[in-house]
Design a protein. Structure first.
Length: 619
């Protein structure tokens, strides 16, 4: 065995808290490395190619790209910054030898900054710190540098991890400088950052002549060649036509033949004759590989250490759509189709868990947070699958005979005028304030320790009460014994009494009881939630009721203008709104809220049975 550094390659991961500018920084590196043609218009956020990423302005999936600087190939892995997609970070940093830690020059280190840095240092990655957005009003790079140094002091496990270069950048303006003094009159180039990567990120140590070992960290699909496995070649080389053994995480193995081999160049995969140890490759021919598997030589089928992923914290049921409107929008409405879709997701979404329930058409799906599961639901419905999902719940564990639940650190940045309503709401969610800081200019940062079940539904409330003037983020702290009950402020709902078409006259009567969720002309069915009651109890309303016609006026002309606009909720808002006896029906074209038991008479009988059971138990 001869292990040597491969000086012509650097493998780096871009890590940061959400919205600190990772993807924009990658844009600048790609454009200034002359990866694209001079006349090629690439726009912004080049790496966020997924439609949902474009819509939401966040990175959801980790992605690979590569640039060449002064003869050195730099493989770049762009990772998500949102805590719900931490599993993406955990699986891809195995490919890197160093990392660019991007920190906002105003916000400073945030919860996810701490998490991703801890993961990177634990894997032994050499960090290069980039203080980004130095052109922001009120940017405070000197203070942020001090905060970053404190964070390293807290997280470093070895003395050498306390030595790292710090650069200052405006990814949006496309420049970086090596010294704070150069910020006043910077050269509009990323040259100092390129140089820092070459000098400070170590070259991969490889055994070029040893038997093949490649760790699968990402799976893709190509319509022509089928499944594509992406990962780093740790030992040996891989070539087309080569026989290999896939060693699974469970220790089982199977033999295959490599059909095609690719490397990354810019945003494209380029077919190549061989990939040597130290590089990141994409290969076709290993049909049923999963993330964490090892592709090894047939002669020496040795597995690499498995990828360790933290456990999910939030769960909800995914079931086949059983509403009267099932099959109207989607093309996949059976339990088998839903199970197959979830099974495909499990192969790439490593932090997801799927378990069967006592009902064959319902599955319990667990993930890293509400947003993690909401993105999955959104992808599924856009693919033509109709499902109905339950209210999110925290995943609990029994430890030494006691029920424990996940706790998280919640950090909120907002204006001082919103402190009152936010802290009052936090008190109903079993939250404990651990820190509060004001910058003297009306901005405040509040930190809370809160159980995950207390966080469910809070994001929508926070955005509404702060009128968009707030940012929140969370970090998992661990599990503690469950105690107390989370108070809810949700009132009752308005339920459709029958199937039909909503009309203005019926909606006007319903709006006397509360707000409505549907507009005139909307198809509804019995048991569908069509509004929110102003009181605590649920009320059945007939919004299909028309005014009797006369020879004086039409049935709706005198009231149509008086209708209050319908409340339209997003998927996340719908998941936050529902209670335990309700579901969100998700189809490619519609989101509807419904009761689990649709028929009004049956729902009354079930409620009566529960109340009688409680009385007997108390007696």
């Amino acid at each position: 065995m001869s292990i040597q550094p491969r000086s012509d390659i650097r493998n780096i991961a871009i890590i940061a808290h959400v919205d600190h500018g990772k993807t924009t920084l990658v844009d600048g590196l790609l454009k200034q490395s002359h990866t694209f043609r001079a006349n090629q218009q690439m726009g912004e956020l080049i790496m966020d190619s997924n439609p949902l990423e474009r819509e939401r302005g966040i990175t959801i999936l980790a992605k690979n790209t590569a640039i060449v600087y002064k003869g050195v190939k730099i493989n770049i892995i762009d990772t998500p910054g949102h805590a719900d997609f931490s599993g993406e970070v955990e699986r891809v940093i195995n490919m890197a030898d160093g990392c660019l830690l991007v920190v906002d020059a105003l916000d400073g280190p945030m919860p996810q900054t701490r998490y991703v840095l801890k993961q990177a240092l634990g894997k032994g990655l050499k960090p290069v710190v980039v203080i980004n957005k130095i052109d922001r009003p009120n940017a405070r790079p000197a203070e942020v540098v001090s905060m970053v140094q404190d964070l390293f002091l807290e997280l470093a496990t070895e003395a050498e991890q306390l030595e790292f270069p710090i650069l200052f950048a405006s990814a949006k303006q496309g420049y970086a400088v090596a010294k704070m003094a150069d910020m006043e009159n910077p050269e509009r180039t990323m040259e100092p950052l390129f140089q820092a990567i070459i000098e400070h990120v170590p070259a991969p140590l490889v055994d070029a002549e040893g038997p093949l070992q490649m760790l699968v960290t990402t799976l893709a699909y190509d319509n022509h060649i089928g499944q594509v496995c992406v990962g780093r070649v740790f030992r040996g080389r891989i070539t087309p036509g080569m026989p290999v053994t896939r060693v699974g995480r469970d220790g089982r193995s199977a033999n295959y033949k490599i059909e095609k081999v690719f490397i990354f160049t810019g945003l494209e995969r380029r077919e190549i004759d061989a990939v040597e140890a130290g590089d990141i490759a994409a290969v076709a021919g290993v049909a049923d590989a999963s993330i964490g598997d090892t592709i090894a030589s047939v002669e020496v089928p040795e597995a690499l250490p498995p990828i360790i992923i933290e456990e999910p914290t939030v769960k909800m049921s995914f079931g086949v759509n059983t509403s009267p409107f099932a099959g109207q929008d989607g093309t996949a409405i059976t339990a088998r189709q839903l199970q197959e879709r979830l099974a495909r997701e499990l192969r790439t979404n490593v932090s997801l868990r799927v378990q069967p329930t006592d009902q064959p058409d319902i599955f319990m799906v667990s993930g890293r947070g509400e947003l993690h599961l909401a993105i999955l639901i959104e992808n599924i419905r856009r693919e033509g699958v109709e499902i109905q999902v339950s209210k999110p719940e925290a995943v609990t564990k029994v430890v030494d005979g006691r029920v424990t639940e996940p706790y998280e650190m919640l950090v909120m940045d907002t204006r001082e005028e919103f402190i009152g309503p936010v802290t009052e709401n936090m008190s109903t969610r079993l939250a404990q304030m651990t820190n509060m800081q004001s910058d003297g200019q009306g901005n405040v940062r509040m930190e809370f320790k809160i159980p995950t079940r207390g966080l469910i539904g809070f994001r929508s409330y926070f955005l509404k009460v702060t009128r968009g003037n707030g940012v929140m983020s969370t970090q998992l702290l661990g599990y503690e014994p469950m105690r107390g009950a989370v108070k809810t402020s949700r009132t009752g709902v308005l339920l459709a009494s029958e199937s039909g078409i909503a009309v203005a006259y019926g909606l006007n009567i319903a709006q006397g009881r509360g707000s409505t969720f549907v507009e005139p002309g909307t198809s509804v069915y019995e048991g569908m939630v069509v509004g929110a009651n102003s009181r605590e109890d649920d009320i059945v309303v007939n919004i299909c009721k028309e005014k009797k016609m006369t020879n004086i006026r039409s049935s709706t002309s005198d009231i149509a203008v008086r209708l209050t606009p319908a409340v339209k909720m997003s998927l996340e808002e719908s998941l936050d709104f529902i209670e335990g006896d309700e579901l969100v029906e998700c189809t490619p074209k519609n989101l509807r809220i419904r009761k689990k038991t649709l028929h009004n008479d049956q729902r009354h009988r079930e409620r009566g049975s529960r109340e009688r059971a409680v009385v007997v138990e108390e007696a």
